[in-house]
Write a protein of this length. Structure first.
Length: 324
């Protein structure tokens, strides 16, 4: 916390009303920061963030003049959650002259294996475990490529990273795995929570032993706070301390949804999509987070906590919409 009378450091979070942005805003606010978050829809601003003191600005990231005005000359930290191509980063770089530290949130989707396979390709990659930050990445996509497609997302993020790391500025690139937490735009727990609340007796789960490395939004927030204290150009993997199985994830969701049904393991070669779910993996992709741990000085929060938090938030919203 800042001492009484001292000026509060200021952070601007571009795209700050989702899981990572919300968790980061709350953490910085609790540490004495002044926080401004942006979004295009005021209705998506979580009431808890506003109550904690975060200021919402209706702003399109592509409006360079608006971003410049918001940053002004008194911003210590910029967190960019909305850069999906190299041009997105290039547009903001001239505005960072007076910003002490910047964070670009990327993705583990930029990694490629020795055969060129990647997470959003047609064939699952085979990575060594754990996967370090020096692992080769995809070729950056040209600016005209669409990053909002399955195959275009990773190359688009690789292009954003290249622009940031080639700038010479103290920009930290974060590469999370599958992110979970309150306010997630497309909560991966959503369909499972809804099925459990509907009273489904049995739930088919393909490959329940699948091992997945998750990233709780709170764990991204703790790394961002540490980066703000130690500006530098670097790349950091961000993930929860330990990977978890799909079965453990479903059991965590069940506890939050109050579901007492039965999980039915299934493997049906004739219909491989049967029992499919967001945490089904063929070859685990585990991230080495030693660099992030060295920066923060701790392990972070266990993965099931983020799953539980997200599932609870989804369940509460579902119950409000469909009261018994």
């Amino acid at each position: 916390m800042t001492r009484s009378g001292e000026p509060r450091p200021r952070a601007v979070i571009l795209g700050g009303t989702g899981a990572i942005g919300g968790a980061t805003a709350l953490r910085l606010l609790s540490a004495g920061w002044s926080v401004d978050v942006t979004g295009r829809e005021p209705g998506r601003m979580p009431a808890e963030l506003a109550a904690a003191g975060a200021r919402f600005h209706r702003l399109d990231r592509s409006d360079r003049a608006a971003v410049a005005a918001l940053l002004g000359s008194g911003t210590e930290l910029l967190v960019d959650l909305l850069a999906f191509r190299g041009a997105d980063v290039a547009a903001v770089l001239p505005l960072l002259a007076d910003v002490d530290s910047a964070v670009l949130v990327s993705s583990r989707a930029v990694y490629r294996d020795a055969a060129g396979r990647h997470l959003n390709g047609s064939e699952p990659p085979r990575f060594p475990a754990p996967l370090g930050e020096d692992t080769p990445t995809l070729d950056p996509a040209p600016d005209e490529a669409d990053p909002f497609t399955r195959t275009g997302y990773g190359p688009g993020k690789a292009a954003a990273e290249a622009a940031a790391l080639g700038s010479g500025r103290p920009i930290t690139v974060l590469r999370p795995a599958k992110v979970h937490g309150r306010w997630a735009r497309n909560a991966r727990t959503g369909s499972t929570v809804r099925r459990m609340l509907a009273g489904t007796g049995d739930l088919e789960v393909a490959d329940p032993g699948s091992l997945e490395h998750l990233t709780g939004a709170g764990n991204v927030a703790r790394v961002i706070e540490a980066v703000a204290r130690n500006p530098a150009q670097r790349v950091l993997n961000v993930a929860d301390p330990e990977p978890v199985t799909a079965r453990a994830i479903f059991e965590t969701i069940a506890a939050e949804a109050g579901w007492a049904g039965t999980l039915r393991p299934i493997r049906d070669p004739a219909t491989p999509e049967r029992g499919d779910h967001p945490w089904r993996t063929v070859h685990p992709v585990l991230l080495d987070t030693a660099r992030a741990r060295a920066l923060t000085g701790d392990e972070g929060f266990p993965g099931p906590l983020a799953i539980a938090e997200e599932a609870r938030w989804v369940a509460e919203g579902q119950r409000r919409r469909n009261p018994a």
